[in-house]
Design a protein around this ligand. Structure first.
Ligand code: ADP
Length: 326
């Protein structure tokens, strides 16, 4: 049990203490826009709105009951695609589906209903993070009650990315204490990695994502060298305007449709330390890190949830040496 271990644990504990005294409100920028979609909107139109506004998700509002109706995410579109695969002759129906019909689609394909969880914005951020890890949600809507009307009010949505960025920006003195390497702390997934080739169809890759419950698939060449990553959000431009033909096109073609402001993919090595990963999060819009070796060959995947889980839970309960035991 070395000094590095002790410092690492101290850094983690300081970050956890920080998350317990901050709320989700603190993560929000001073001014922001929030696009909320009415559940009466056609699914096809919602796609266009997301694309036009360069967003990949939006809270839903049921205006008949004046209630928050969950979050629209790329998973919903993947469900629609699965529905289309099971009932290709119902393309006309799909064209008429409204966002309120998404739950029916879930049921028809036997998908696990998405939990419509939300957190109160004044709750400690630590609790919002735990809730995210428990439910595997990548983003959580902040829902408050309006004092005057007593009605639900969607304040904003926080993502794992925003939270890690918030930690990185406000805890530089703590993240520098995280000197252990990705390899040493076993951060990420290194076995049973799901990959695809440039020539695979979009549909093939969507099936892999659904089957393994993952939101990204690295695209590799014959030598397992990483060429790109196909992400769940990349399906959105593929079914733009209700056209499902593009699902048969290759990943290579689909990736060429990425928006111009696509943040790029981020890689790291197994010897990189957690502090350098936080540097990357501080500086860039990272959604996951692809772990590669010196030859760019795929070694592993580190998702934001892997990082969040480690930061919040490592050493809790009984899976590690408690600092008191030193
Ligand atoms: P998140 O939950 O943050 O959106 P993912 O869905 O990408 O992240 O990852 C969920 C889990 O699956 C993580 O533990 C991650 O390490 C692992 N994982 C991510 N991509 C792959 C992949 N292509 N093959 C195998 N496991 C993966």
């Amino acid at each position: 049990y070395s000094i590095i271990d002790r410092e690492q644990m101290q850094g983690l504990e300081n970050i956890r203490a920080f998350l317990k005294i901050r709320t989700s409100y603190d993560v929000l920028p001073l001014s922001f826009r929030l696009i909320v979609l009415d559940t009466d909107l056609l699914i096809r139109k919602s796609l266009t709105i997301l694309i036009q506004n360069s967003i990949v998700s939006a809270p839903l509002w049921d205006s008949h009951n004046s209630t928050f109706a969950g979050l629209l995410t790329s998973t919903d579109f993947i469900n629609v695609i699965q529905y289309y695969c099971q009932y290709p002759d119902r393309l006309h129906d799909i064209d008429q589906f409204r966002l309120s019909g998404l739950r029916e689609i879930e049921k028809a394909i036997g998908a696990q209903p998405l939990e419509t969880i939300s957190v109160h914005p004044m709750k400690p951020l630590y609790e919002a993070c735990l809730e995210m890890l428990k439910t595997r949600a990548r983003r959580i809507p902040l829902v408050d009650i309006d004092d005057e009307t007593g009605r639900e009010m969607v304040v904003s949505v926080i993502t794992q990315y925003r939270i890690l960025k918030f930690i990185a920006v406000n805890n530089e003195h703590n993240t520098v204490m995280l000197k252990k390497s990705v390899r040493e702390i076993g951060l990420g997934t290194y076995t049973n990695l799901q990959t695809a080739r440039m020539s695979d169809t979009v549909l093939d890759v969507i099936h892999v994502m659904v089957e393994h419950n993952i939101s990204a698939v690295p695209i590799v060449d014959d030598n397992n060298r990483v060429l790109n990553v196909f992400e769940a959000v990349d399906v959105i431009p593929c079914i733009k305007g209700g056209v499902y033909d593009d699902l048969q096109s290759s990943i290579g073609e689909a990736l060429s449709k990425r928006a111009e402001d696509f943040p790029g993919i981020y890689t790291c090595g197994e010897d990189d330390r957690l502090d350098s990963i936080f540097d990357t999060v501080r500086k860039s819009r990272v959604h996951r890190l692809i772990v590669i070796d010196d030859d760019s060959r795929l070694r592993g995947m580190i998702s934001l949830s892997d990082i969040l889980k480690y930061v919040l839970l490592f050493g809790e309960e009984n899976d590690a040496i408690s600092p008191d035991a030193v």
